[in-house]
Design a protein around this ligand. Structure first.
Ligand code: HEC
Length: 153
């Protein structure tokens, strides 16, 4: 009898905890599932997400990787820049939002192509795409950062 009561109490406790965490999961989904910038300053976003990634990529793109580690480093930074370009689309420009979005999309597209060239270990293609990606970065900097930050391959 005692055993049965204990089992019942434990059963109820487990059900309550499960119900509670399930409703908590629903609350998070409803309130917070929308994408939102963590750092609202574009300067900080570029300085701490894009700049270190670009600096590493520049070193690793200086010559063809000699081993898989080298290719992995290029793949990683290309994908970070491509995906981070998606986050640009979350941000509001002071004006010319359509241009802003277009720059973000172009940066994402060339970053994605660079990632794929690195995946295929095609250094000639990667070099070309890296320069083309930087052209997209620079085009936005020209329009939205008063022409500063013209990045070289
Ligand atoms: C949609 C526009 C846009 C795109 C696309 C863009 N940037 Fe930027 N970037 C900016 C703006 C605006 C600034 C200047 C922020 C400020 O100082 O207010 C900036 C600044 C920078 C800086 C200077 C940061 C510092 O602290 O000195 C670097 C480096 C940089 N971007 C790298 C990149 C790279 C690499 C890419 C492409 C893969 C890229 N950006 C794509 C808008 C863009």
């Amino acid at each position: 009898m005692k055993r049965l009561m204990l089992a019942t109490i434990i059963g109820i406790a487990v059900a309550v905890v499960a119900w509670h965490s399930a409703s908590e999961t629903r609350a998070v989904t409803a309130d917070k599932a929308a994408m939102a910038p963590v750092e609202s300053s574009m300067h900080e976003f570029m300085e701490y997400v894009f700049q270190p990634t670009y600096k590493r990529l520049k070193v690793n793109m200086a010559s063809a990787p000699s081993d898989n580690q080298g290719w992995k480093a290029i793949k990683s930074d290309a994908l970070i820049l491509a995906e981070a370009s998606n986050l640009i689309l979350l941000r509001k420009a002071d004006k010319n939002q359509a241009d802003w979005n277009a720059h973000g999309v172009h940066s994402r597209e060339y970053g994605g192509q660079l990632y794929r060239a690195a995946k295929a270990k095609d250094f000639a293609a990667a070099k070309k795409l890296y320069a083309q990606m930087l052209n997209q970065c620079n085009a936005c900097h020209k329009q939205f950062a008063t022409g500063k930050y013209q990045l070289a391959p």
